[in-house]
Write a protein that binds this ligand. Structure first.
Ligand code: C5P
Length: 410
């Protein structure tokens, strides 16, 4: 998951019951407790007897900074009703790892230990249940487990993962629990408003690279962080997201479809056929305006006579303007990175590109940074989004786009 654009304290004020059941993936639950706490949540750990075979309550207590519960007969609760009390303040129950056996118990409403008991006794309408399965690939693929997973979904449970890959048993396949950072990001996404549910968003991000010869090229300082943050925010809001990225080394936000390109022409060729199948197009990429007219097949060498080489340039296609010209165009949002007169330039771009919304930011100030400030400019005026980390701004922009889409379809 993309930690480079994570907003701090995304789970502030959230109280999460973290349930551990028996599985080697319990070792990841230690990290998960830390990640959730780092994101601002309070974490109440509840363990089954089998989980205690894999990790100690002492470890989980130290990391969550709270007493760990394991038994429905725990005498620490004055009313002796830990199974009721523990979920009454909780915003969610997350079972990670969830064993095949525990999933089967959930399906049947079995309640013979504290964790299964509290899952059954939780107020179902305001305390959602999320489970992160972790098991051997044969156990995961077994029809009984698949049936149980489908039933859990029908019952309103959110299933996180599992992932495919190397397993502790030495086999390779589906059934690995998601990593702690991925699960934490899933929890953060879970609590975001689903303002773009059912919508498809296409995003360009990063710089382009226009080769001069096999080793050199023309590029710019765009880091891609703003575009990647918008992709993550749109995915959190429930959209189906395609991200077309220039050469950057950022991790792909979970659940986002990513297509890597290098040049402006490649970006254009990836965007144009996809655009009509999307509801929104957000062009954050810093596309090179020009490219060398011809590519030298060999590295251009110093020739000894101190005459610098000259390059003829040719104009790149304007991707945003091309999408905006399409008859069945998506809702188009452009970016303007300027060093001065932001509002003036953004207004000029609004008209020149014929798009309904331009997002302005101060170019040199934002490149490569984790924070930014935005100016939303449309035909009726402008509105500033004050300085914040890029993910927070991306969420505000996504909410703004969702509200504009809502008005269009009203
Ligand atoms: O043309 P200019 O660079 O001033 O406009 C910036 C906006 O247009 C950004 O949204 C950028 O992603 C988009 N753009 C594009 N294709 C280009 C140049 C810019 O999509 N060739």
């Amino acid at each position: 998951m993309d930690s480079t654009v994570s907003a701090p304290q995304d789970l502030a004020g959230r109280h999460i019951v973290l349930g551990l059941t028996g599985g080697i993936a319990c070792y990841k639950a230690a990290d998960l407790a830390r990640e959730l706490v780092k994101a601002g949540a309070t974490v109440q750990v509840v363990m089954t007897a089998a989980a205690e075979q894999f990790i100690t309550p002492v470890t989980m207590q130290a990391l969550s900074n709270r007493n760990v519960y394991a038994s429905q007969w725990d005498a620490r609760e004055p009313n002796s009703m830990a199974h009721i009390n523990l979920t009454r303040e909780a915003d969610a129950v997350l079972v990670a790892p969830a064993s095949a056996d525990f999933m089967a118990k959930l399906v049947h409403g079995a309640a013979d230990d504290l964790l299964s008991l509290l899952c059954l006794a939780r107020p179902i309408e305001r305390c959602p249940l999320l489970v992160a399965p972790a098991m051997n690939r044969e156990m995961w693929a077994h029809p009984a487990t698949q049936r149980n997973m489908a039933q859990l979904r029908t019952d309103g449970t959110t299933i996180l993962g599992p992932a495919a890959g190397d397993q502790a048993c030495g086999e390779i396949g589906d059934g690995r629990m998601l990593e702690a950072e991925e699960l934490c990001a899933e929890m953060i996404a879970f609590f975001q408003p689903k303002s773009l549910l059912g919508k498809r968003m296409l995003i360009t991000a990063g710089p382009t690279f226009e080769p001069i010869d096999p080793v050199r090229g023309i590029t710019n300082l765009s880091s891609g962080k703003m575009g990647f943050a918008i992709a993550r925010a749109a995915m959190e809001a429930g959209a189906d997201v395609t991200l077309i990225a220039g050469p950057v080394h950022l991790p792909t936000p979970r659940g986002v479809r990513r297509i890597d390109v290098k040049t402006a022409q490649q970006m254009h060729d990836a965007v144009l056929p996809a655009a009509a199948q999307h509801d929104v197009f957000v062009a954050t990429a810093a596309v090179a305006d020009w490219r060398p007219a011809s590519l030298s097949e060999q590295k251009i060498k110093k020739n000894g006579n101190k005459v610098a080489p000259t390059f003829e340039l040719t104009e790149n296609p304007d991707i945003l303007a091309a999408v905006a010209r399409m008859p069945d165009r998506p809702y188009c949002v452009g970016f303007a990175a300027e060093s001065h007169d932001l509002l003036k330039h953004a207004k000029e771009k609004l008209e020149r590109k014929n798009v309904p919304l331009i997002v302005g930011n101060l170019g040199p100030a934002t490149f490569g940074r984790d924070d930014n400030a935005l100016m939303l400019v449309d035909a009726n005026g402008h509105r500033a989004l004050p300085p914040a980390d890029k993910l927070t701004l991306a969420r505000q922009l996504v909410a703004e786009i969702a509200s504009r889409l809502g008005k269009l379809s009203a």
